[in-house]
Design a protein around this ligand. Structure first.
Ligand code: BGC
Length: 744
């Protein structure tokens, strides 16, 4: 037996080293192919590779959602301007067949009719599934996936999104979003993995692994794009694309970490923050785009601008006097590809700049080499065409099941007074609120269209919350009155009257769909009509279950006390209705935990990993805390043990804790380990998440969870802006248990 396992081990080691060897020689072959090709290219061909235009530029007519390309415009792009990349969907989701036709026509020209036959790299925003392909598996938005605390699930989702994107013939996905959700007003909050740097790093890296595997030339893989590097998610005003002020120390302590982790996971490309940090327009910052990203993080892929953001350097950011200066600044700072996206102005300008000797050919060559490398890595030179056979796994039923599982694991139970949930199926309910009977609001932006608001384009077979509840209770037992819209009252009195005949009220409130700048708001408070609906329903004395369907935590302080239960559904995706109903009626046990702090007041937007003064001088008293989330069963933590009381800088600390399901229902628990540095030269945060895992336990079952920490996990960014581990005492907390240890 022992001999057999040694043989197996030797075989495994040999296989790994063979495949490493293969990868190394493939890398070497690709870099010589890139060099050879580059040597043949004219300036125009090179700058064309750096140019990305949107699909509208080459589109002809749109017949009921079926998009035809315009042959002349396509020639203008691919042949006359040597365009290396095209993006986006031209307004709405397309059928996979339409995608095949679009991609094939583009590649026909690029690979057969250009001088060097360089394929186009098509890019798309598959933000929570291939949201621009009809019938695709559309998952919960990123912040909801973060709530699952399930890294393996995230990786599997990454795999499915990659497969379905590739099945459409598209090899490049502009996701994951790795900004931290620490500014809840920001309309892209839901695209993040929440406020914590470690959680976002784990989820982001898992997504990259799922998308790319270890070889992006594989049929089911795509190149991922980490975005938006760096600091985009933290605008001081909360408005999209407005200034962020982030000291270098905090930048490195928090915002840089998920990007560093994606680079370690081998992410192929990066997209840039449209806005500015500390007055530096990121598209013009050589420090951020080259010194930090490449020099320090070691990123080797290519960098694409965001939408029109080189233009924005002279029209919005005002750091350049004209287009010529803007293009020069961006390219010299480290932008390899410009998402122009509507014309050839970047192309014409950059060619002139090189001819006038203002941008060195070496800079162009470096950028083009990086782009070509990703094209070779993707295998586009061998086959740039859609692989039709992948469609057999497009929107497979297993993917739908995983989607349902994800939504169920994300949904977070925040309040459950007197154990009112789960509701009994033999009772009558009133379902109400503007989120009860719409698929769009459960999906949010980046769904079928950019703003996600075209309810009529949503798949009829998917269930709204109301439909899913009715499926369980029967139509007669689930009355429905919308009551209000987001911004106006409709029939609150009818809702109140209907409540009379119900045993409980399921009130689905939240936000309309939005995406990017159109989602800016001036007030985080839940809209007035929705608050009034709940206040008036509360007068009936019937128990209210609030279901929150929202892309950011809207303030609901005034109605929380009036509700018996609060269920955070986030933006749970296409299976959100079924998942919510499963949770409400106990067919699934909630296991999500909030990946952000839910504020109680509009003026108290402080994250969980704040400083001691945030508690002593101010009072940190959010509505719900990072990591909050109840279950229908109960979990008990015991036996927190550290394998040593004193830890050397080179040593590993092993932490064990026993977690038991002490209730009557099977359930999953996200076990989170927090560390507090008790005294440090930079004011320490009260605690920060260092490890987590999700365990599944039957009634009366228990498990010992093991975490390992190294000194690196205890590092912080010191006064000199460099990571440091200081000797001294640290506290570990898991559940309510704590232990102190010392670093020597
Ligand atoms: C967004 C990006 C997106 C790009 C292409 C921009 O407006 O900021 O996140 O990838 O459009 O659609």
């Amino acid at each position: 037996m022992r001999r057999l396992s040694i043989v197996v081990m030797i075989f495994a080691v040999m296989t790994v080293s063979c495949s490493r060897e293969r990868m190394r020689s493939k890398e070497a072959a690709i870099s010589s192919e890139v060099a050879e090709l580059l040597a043949k290219m004219t300036l125009e061909e090179k700058v064309g590779q750096m140019t990305q235009v949107t699909l509208e530029v080459v589109a002809g007519g749109d017949d009921k959602g079926y998009l035809k390309l315009d042959a002349k415009k396509l020639r203008q792009a691919v042949i006359e301007h040597n365009v290396g990349s095209i993006l986006n969907c031209g307004g709405q989701a397309r059928t996979p067949e339409n995608w095949h036709e679009i991609i094939s026509q583009i590649q026909d020209l690029a690979t057969k009719q250009t001088r060097l036959g360089i394929p186009v790299i098509y890019g798309i925003d598959s933000i929570h599934g291939v949201n621009y392909a009809t019938g695709a598996t559309i998952f919960p938005q990123n912040f909801a996936v973060a709530a699952t605390g399930n890294v393996e699930l995230m990786e599997e989702i990454g795999e499915i999104v990659a497969l379905e994107t590739k099945a459409c013939g598209i090899p490049w996905n502009f996701n994951p979003v790795l900004g931290l959700g620490r500014q809840p007003l920001w309309p892209r909050f839901y695209e993040t993995f929440g406020e914590d740097a470690y959680l976002a790093s784990q989820m982001g890296a898992a997504y990259v692994r799922g998308q790319q595997g270890d070889d992006i030339s594989q049929p089911r893989k795509v190149a991922a794009c980490m975005k938006h590097y760096l600091g985009y998610s933290f605008p001081l005003s909360g408005k999209d694309r407005t200034p962020a002020w982030i000291p270098d120390r905090q930048l490195r302590e928090l915002f840089l970490k998920p990007f560093a982790s994606a680079v370690d996971a081998g992410v192929a490309t990066a997209m840039v923050n449209s806005s500015e940090i500390n007055g530096a327009a990121v598209h013009a910052s050589r420090y951020l785009l080259t010194d930090l990203l490449r020099g320090e993080l070691g990123f080797e892929g290519f960098v694409v601008s965001d939408w029109a953001d080189i233009e924005n350097l002279y029209t919005r950011e005002m750091v350049a006097k004209d287009r010529r200066q803007a293009v020069k600044m961006a390219v010299m700072a480290g932008i390899d590809m410009s998402m122009v996206p509507y014309d050839y102005s970047f192309y014409d300008t950059l060619i002139k700049l090189v001819k006038d000797g203002e941008v060195p050919m070496g800079t162009i060559d470096r950028a083009v080499a990086r782009i070509l490398k990703v094209k070779f890595d993707l295998g586009l030179f061998e086959n740039a065409y859609p692989q039709k056979d992948l469609l057999k796994d497009f929107a497979a039923s297993e993917s739908e099941n995983l989607n349902l599982q994800c939504a169920r694991e994300a949904i977070t139970l925040l309040k459950n007074e007197g154990g009112i949930l789960p509701l009994r199926k033999d009772k009558k309910v009133l379902v109400t609120g503007p989120c009860a009977d719409k698929l769009s609001v459960m999906n949010g932006g980046w769904t079928i269209t950019w703003q996600g608001d075209k309810e009529e384009l949503y798949p009829a077979e998917k269930h709204t919350i109301l439909e899913a509840v009715r499926e369980k209770l029967g139509r007669a037992n689930a009355a429905y009155v919308r009551g209000v819209d987001f911004d106006k009252e409709i029939d609150i009195s009818a809702a109140v009257a209907a409540a009379g005949g119900a045993d409980a009220i399921i009130a689905c409130i939240g936000e309309p769909t939005y995406c990017e700048t159109p989602g800016n708001i001036d007030d985080l408070t839940m809209s007035g009509p929705q608050l009034r609906l709940i206040e008036e329903l509360a007068e009936t004395g019937k128990p209210i279950v609030l279901v929150l369907v929202e892309g950011r935590p809207r303030i609901i302080r005034t109605i929380v006390e009036k509700a018996s239960a609060v269920v955070m559904a986030y933006l749970p995706g296409m299976e959100g209705g079924r998942a919510a109903a499963d949770i409400l009626f106990g067919e699934a046990n909630p296991s999500g935990k909030l990946p952000f702090t839910y504020p109680r007041e509009t003026g108290a937007l402080v994250c969980y990993d704040h400083k001691t003064s945030d508690e002593k001088s101010a009072k940190f008293n959010p509505q719900w805390r990072f990591g909050d989330g109840l279950s229908y069963t109960s979990f008990a933590y015991s036996d927190l043990k550290l394998d040593k009381e004193k830890m050397g800088m080179e040593e590993t600390l092993t932490v064990t804790v026993k977690v038991a399901n002490t209730g009557k229902t099977a359930g999953k628990e996200i076990v989170q380990l927090f560390v507090s540095d008790l005294v440090a030269t930079v004011t320490p945060t009260v605690k920060s998440l260092k490890r987590f895992t999700k365990v599944s336990l039957g009634p009366n079952e228990s498990r010992t969870v093991i975490f390992k920490l190294s000194a690196e996990d205890l590092a912080f960014i010191g006064l000199d802006n460099k990571p440091v581990v200081e000797p001294g005492k640290f506290k570990i907390a898991v559940g309510k248990l704590t232990k102190v240890f010392e670093v020597k």
